[in-house]
Design a protein around this ligand. Structure first.
Ligand code: AMP
Ligand code: MN
Ligand code: MN
Ligand code: MN
Length: 286
């Protein structure tokens, strides 16, 4: 199976700026043959995206990007080909959404102490779905002139050690893989070069992921440089992991790469979609 696969993207159902159907239209216009919608901890965009993809005759993969805590750090695990109605998955996502709800109030309280007022209401004005993300706070803070762009606002306000940072626990790796597998999906480590981990810790993380039945590795990511892509492809080969590719598109104004403009997966790696375990139910909905 060949074609232009983009297996990581966001809509207004989480912190993307295009609606699910606008996102699918843009992907189609960019020549994408198979798109996965992978909103953070939320599946409510899937129906509309799926419908639009079917209208356009484009392949669609219902997906999710689950927030995970491992060794007090946040990791993102993609679930590709999940059944968005699966109750185990939905119950797990409800827990993450409850944590997000509390965290957004806490971010706002902490920003208040730093003399930044009205952050919760301000962030909500940028949020069109159920998921309130740090990205929405970032948009509010940029609008208020606290930083020049999203990257700078994260560095100054929203990461560890900064006024709006809130520590906390997401799903465990075991829970996330359990939910994804129960919902019939394939688990993939998202943007593996983005974590600040020593090589030893990254190896431990990968070993645990494999032990829990994980097999996919997003070596090709819109957030990776060419060097990072090459390093991650080597890592995938070393651990015999299936390679995934995704832009991590959040909207036209986003710093990451465009939909459907990714490096191809080299011949000596196996793409996730060539695996016998690739969930094949999604390609066309009748
Ligand atoms: P959250 O899941 O609410 O903690 O927010 C995480 C999201 O914030 C990520 O999915 C990215 O979209 C965005 N993000 C995180 N770090 C940065 C950064 N340094 N620059 C821009 N966006 C970021
Ligand atoms: Mn995001
Ligand atoms: Mn991510
Ligand atoms: Mn993402």
């Amino acid at each position: 199976m060949n074609g232009n696969f983009d297996l990581h993207s966001h809509s207004t159902a989480s912190d993307g700026s295009l609606t699910p159907s606008e996102l699918v239209e843009r992907a189609h216009g960019n020549g994408v043959d198979v798109l996965a919608l992978t909103d953070h901890d939320e599946v409510s965009g899937i129906d509309d995206a799926w419908q639009k993809a079917t209208e356009l005759g484009m392949g669609f993969v219902p997906g999710i990007e689950i927030s995970v805590s491992w060794a007090h750090q946040t990791f993102h695990i993609l679930g590709l080909g999940i059944d968005p109605g699966n109750l185990v998955l939905r119950t797990g996502l409800d827990q993450l959404q409850a944590f997000r709800h509390w965290r957004s109030e806490e971010i706002s309280r902490r920003l208040e102490k730093a003399n930044i007022h009205g952050a919760l209401e301000g962030a909500k004005a940028f949020c069109k779905g159920n998921i309130l993300s740090r990205t929405h706070f970032a948009h509010f803070l940029v609008k208020q002139g606290y930083a020049r762009d999203i990257k700078q606002v994260f560095r100054r306000f929203l990461v560890r050690g900064k006024p709006g940072h809130v520590p906390g626990e997401w799903a465990s790796l075991e829970e996330a893989l359990g939910w994804i597998q129960t919902a019939g999906g394939m688990a993939v480590i998202a943007h593996p070069a983005r974590y600040s981990l020593s090589a030893t810790r990254l190896r431990q993380f990968i070993a645990e992921f494999i032990e829990l039945g994980g097999a996919g590795f997003e070596a090709i990511s819109g957030s990776h440089s060419r060097d990072e892509e090459n390093n991650m492809l080597n890592m995938a080969k070393k651990y015999n992991l299936l390679v995934s590719c995704g832009s991590d598109f959040h909207g036209p104004e986003n710093p990451y790469r465009e939909l459907g403009q990714l490096s191809s997966i080299p011949e000596d790696c196996t793409p996730v979609w060539a695996s016998k375990n690739w969930p094949g139910v999604w390609e066309r909905r009748a």
